[in-house]
Design a protein around this ligand. Structure first.
Ligand code: FBP
Length: 700
């Protein structure tokens, strides 16, 4: 007992210091909320006008012409500022409006600022304008669950992360009934316009709603949101119209900061390989940015793996006058070999630790898995259609599902006609570990997407890596290199001549080498002794000198991992300054599009990759970005996702630095410390590195 008089807890809780430190409001929050993002020059004028820009052209899918006839002729629209407008235009611009906003899909930092931008611009044009926020995503539209936004509600969330204000959801408005319900809600609330803040699927929804409500004069505008960064728009000539969706920069920076801390830890206690799975349902944009931000030892990029060609296999077949088509594309086995290669090389220079970044959607690019995903999608869709029921409800257990597949395989054997699931598929599928089978059979989301975030991708890959490393260990290939200096010191201390024993023990004994590798045949204490006896360095009856035994023990490589998933945490981060400014200006763009009568357009900011002074708010025709894609076993018209372009400068830079960042050499690691997201103060980096690099293509 300290003798000090203790303060009763009731009094303690009233103490100003206790109240201050336990309050929800801290200095960072106060500063964030106060921050007023700069606005693009066009928004400094009292009005804005739209101008069609026919310079930007797209390849239009015939199916889009059929399904979206009312918005298919939309053009890219430039927004310009105006000091004054003709009376009729002014009236139109400032007329009293009701606007509904909905968040759709996963949260992305900056969403609240989109709302703030729309709100501020709408209130500036006419203080009687009403803005409604639909609760819990598209369900809020279907069920007419909305709240009218007020100054205080909007101010509460300015510059803050998450979609906390009105929440979000993943429901797809994909049936006639849902379209009707949406229209009903819009009419009940007398909406002039509906704003859908979402990813590729939600912007697809926006296009169909724009078509559906065209006759009723209800405008629909989309906003490019997703941390995955896979909404990027280029025209037919490669002109960039939207370099990245909002939220990407913040999520990538948050992941990078955490992963960079792992690089520091890992290179300090030198005993773990950290396996970091990062979000990105399909595209590897986030992983690529994390690689540039952190210089982690290995970063797998799905799109790069899809391009893989097994040259040995191709050559073997060529010699027989054949073409081996299975040599194109990566297999899981090959992928694990590539990872092992890096691990073994680092171990050889004494580094049995490191950091590997694996994109969540990597399996989408592995041939054998992609085939399974498509086949299973089709089987489940066919089952649901034939039986008018739900596959997952009818077969709740993995064993039930497997039995159903087995039956399909049996049927295919009995009936010689083409079957999507044959005995070979079934055999291959049964070789997969149960947790992964379960993952591949998981229910698709409401948009028909495979839910990669629910599959333990890293476990699948690392399971194979561990198995192969064990084989390499048994073959004496996976070994830790022994530092030249410590070897010399240990033997000399034991009264032994390092130069005598060196060539007996090591496969690369040369004093110039900084790390020596035990001969491949030395894989145990027993084999160590056998070699020494064989080389005449000791008698069978002698004991292996202690120093040599200890040095050998140091060479035994154990592969120890720590697994991490970076996704929801970064998605919930407060936005970077880039995302704050980007999203606020997106909100202002949305209002400009609405005020000038646009519909079926996506708000965007051109030149995001350049300095803020060059940012140009525009409208992009969503219909022009659609294509046919397989969803739940059927072809559907959806907005095309953009994946990492392996010819882009950003990817080529990462590729060129691969060896340097692997650092499988007797040198320090090359980690980069991006540091935490800083909202205030000076920061050298004000936009994604991927964008900075890719922008160089224009200048060269
Ligand atoms: P959006 O495309 O809707 O923005 O969501 C992207 C994402 O964050 C992916 O990176 C991830 O695979 C997925 O959401 C996770 O979904 P859920 O939130 O439903 O678990």
């Amino acid at each position: 007992m300290s003798g000090e008089k203790s303060i009763p807890i009731e009094d303690l809780l009233k103490h100003p210091e206790v109240q201050k430190v336990t309050s929800n409001i801290n200095q960072e929050l106060v500063e964030r909320k106060k921050y007023a993002p700069p606005v693009c020059k066009v928004f400094t004028y009292p009005y804005t006008v739209l101008q069609d820009n026919s310079r930007f052209r797209f390849v239009i899918d015939n199916e889009t012409k059929k399904q979206l006839p009312s918005i298919i002729d939309n053009k890219v629209q430039n927004i310009t500022g105006a000091d004054d407008l003709k009376e009729s235009l002014k009236e139109k611009y400032c007329k009293k409006r009701n606007i509904g906003i909905v968040f759709s899909g996963g949260p992305a930092p900056g969403g609240h600022n989109v709302i703030a931008g729309i709100y501020d611009a709408a209130k500036k044009a006419n203080s009687e304008n009403k803005i409604y926020g639909f609760f819990l995503g598209p369900d809020g539209i279907l069920e007419n669950e909305a709240v009218e936004l007020t100054d205080s509600l909007v101010d509460t969330y300015r510059n803050l992360g998450g979609f906390t204000m009105i929440k979000t959801g993943r429901t797809k408005i994909d049936t006639k009934e849902k379209m009707e319900l949406s229209k009903e809600t819009c009419k009940k609330l007398e909406l002039d316009a509906l704003v859908i803040v979402g990813g590729d699927d939600s912007n697809t929804n926006a296009a169909f709603l724009a078509q559906e409500m065209f006759e009723d004069g209800i405008q629909v505008i989309g906003v490019p949101k997703t941390i995955d960064g896979d909404i990027q728009v280029k025209d037919i000539e490669g002109n960039i119209l939207c370099a990245i969706s909002f939220g990407f920069h913040t999520a990538a920076r948050a992941f990078a900061n955490a992963i960079s801390n792992l690089c520091t830890d890992s290179s300090s206690d030198v005993k773990y390989w950290h396996i970091c799975k990062v979000m990105g349902r399909v595209a590897s944009h986030l992983a690529l940015e994390v690689a540039l931000q952190t210089h982690a030892n290995m970063t797998l990029i799905g799109e790069d793996l899809a391009d893989y060609i097994d040259k040995n296999r191709l050559e073997k077949a060529r010699k027989k006058g054949l073409t081996d088509y299975s040599a194109y594309g990566i297999t899981l086995r090959h992928l694990s070999r590539m990872v092992c290669d890096g691990i073994v090389k680092r171990a050889a220079v004494g580094k049995n630790y490191g950091v590997i970044v694996i994109p969540e959607g990597i399996l989408e690019f592995v041939d054998e898995i992609q085939i399974f995903i498509i086949k299973l999608n089709t089987i489940i869709a066919e089952y649901n259609e034939t039986h008018d029921t739900d596959f997952h409800l009818d077969f709740p257990l993995l064993e039930d599902k497997l039995e159903y597949l087995r039956r399909q395989a049996r049927l295919s054997r009995e009936d010689n006609s083409f079957s999507i699931w044959n005995t070979r598929d079934d055999d291959l599928f049964n070789d997969i570990p149960a947790f992964f089978q379960e993952g591949l059979l998981i229910e698709r989301d409401s948009h028909g997407n495979f839910q990669f975030s629910l599959v333990e991708t890293d476990k699948v890959i690392m399971g194979l890596v561990k198995d192969y490393l064990n084989i390499l260990k048994e073959k004496g290939i996976y070994k830790l290199g022994i530092n030249n200096f410590s070897y010399g010191k240990a033997l000399t201390k034991d009264g032994l001549d390092p130069d005598y024993f060196g060539p007996i023990l090591f496969r690369n004994y040369d004093k110039k080498e900084k790390f020596f590798l035990f001969k491949e045949s030395i894989i145990s204490k027993k084999t160590l002794k056998q070699i020494m006896v064989k080389e005449g360095a000791m008698q069978k009856t002698d004991k292996v000198p202690l120093s040599i035994e200890q040095i050998y023990k140091k060479s035994v490589a154990n592969f120890k991992t720590q697994v991490h998933f970076y996704g929801y945490d970064g998605r919930g981060n407060d936005p970077t300054r880039f995302d704050c400014v980007y999203t606020y200006n997106l909100g202002l763009t949305v209002f400009s599009l609405i005020a000038s009568g646009a519909t079926g357009q996506m708000a965007a900011i051109k030149n995001l990759e350049m300095d803020f002074s060059r940012w140009e708010p525009i409208g992009i025709p969503i219909a022009s970005l659609m294509h046919l894609e397989e969803r739940k076993g059927k072809l559907s018209l959806v907005l095309e996702k953009s994946v990492v372009d392996v010819n882009s400068i950003a990817f080529q830079v990462v590729k060129s630095f691969r060896d340097k960042w692997l650092a499988a050499a007797p040198c320090e690691d090359n980690y980069r410390r991006p540091g935490p997201i800083r909202f205030t103060g000076k920061s050298e980096e004000d936009r994604p590195i991927t964008l900075v690099l890719n922008a160089l293509a224009k200048q060269s």
